[in-house]
Write a protein that binds this ligand. Sequence first.
Ligand SMILES: Cc1cc2nc3c(=O)[nH]c(=O)nc-3n(C[C@H](O)[C@H](O)[C@H](O)COP(=O)(O)OP(=O)(O)OC[C@H]3O[C@@H](n4cnc5c(N)ncnc54)[C@H](O)[C@@H]3O)c2cc1C
Length: 321
Amino acid sequence: MSVLVFLEHHGSELQRGSLGVLSKAASLGHGEVAAVLVGGGVKALASEAGTFGAGKVFVAEDETLEPPLPQPRVDVLAKVVRDDGFDTVMFANSVLAADVAAGLAARIDAGLNWDLVDVESRDGALVGKRPALQDSVVVDVGWRSTPRLALFRAGSFDAAPTSAVEPQVEDVAVELEEHSRSAKVVSQEQESSSGPSIEDADVIVAGGRGLGAPENFTLAEELARALGGAVGATRAVVDAGWYPYAAQVGQTGKTVSPKLYVAVGISGAIQHKVGMQSSGTIVAINKDPHAPIFEFADLGVVGDLHSIVPKLTELVRSARG
Ligand SMILES: Cc1cc2nc3c(=O)[nH]c(=O)nc-3n(C[C@H](O)[C@H](O)[C@H](O)COP(=O)(O)OP(=O)(O)OC[C@H]3O[C@@H](n4cnc5c(N)ncnc54)[C@H](O)[C@@H]3O)c2cc1C
């Protein structure tokens, strides 16, 4: 088996989700594991990829590749897969990676299994694990042909350094298709945030309509900061304009699986539940003892969030010194 992992970077930082997928690929212990980096000034990141298990890193470095557009990345990946004969390509889900994976599947006529939460090697065959029926069961999925493409749900794997071996670095000549040059990024806004994004966070504190007003999101933000986590939101508050869509968790938002998910003033509607129920530990704070969230929370606190959350934040701060 030869696995190629698409590594996504933001600025000079490799995304933990894709490093987690790389660690997982390396832990399968079969054949070659390589990574591909695409962008401007990305060569400097190759050695870090080695730490997470890449024996070889393909680098397509060019300033024209810096904007986060999928088609040029599809060109690069298709070339590496064809030239080097990789039989498996893995991605950590993100807006960009999902587009690249779908584009690559079409380009090289490969089967793509998406929304996977795990993968294993069984009797020499690769078997993916995918939640189904609103995450109530996990099914085995396979591929009928190679190359096999796999897109993993955010937070599926820990990014664990595996070795300190310096990877072999190979430059990829960038030859873009005509149509890959037709889209241009006109401008890019950087949302200011001090903590991790919800896709990368080990801890998410999510706020719902129970917060009562947009300014009360500071309660969730302060608790998230104390825990070193990110802030999530329900669709109800996103639709109301209380919090940005980027933070929405659920059926029409993001699917997350942090180690700890704290739901503050969230009822636990099924459309929210499907986006967070695979979290490690779920803590719910809600004044209604019959709120559906208590049916699947590991720990529940019944009471007014306005008095509970500030106290919890204080406790976390003092426990962390
Ligand atoms: C097609 C479709 C897609 C959807 N996609 C999504 C999605 O992606 N994500 C999503 O989240 N929703 C989604 N929804 C909406 C979903 O059905 C719910 O309406 C939404 O999740 C409810 O948000 P909420 O929990 O913030 O609000 P509510 O359901 O209004 O719950 C607020 C909770 O706060 C509690 N509360 C109130 N005051 C306090 C207080 N002072 N202290 C403690 N607790 C308090 C209440 O008891 C209540 O349980 C979707 C719906 C549809 C139809």
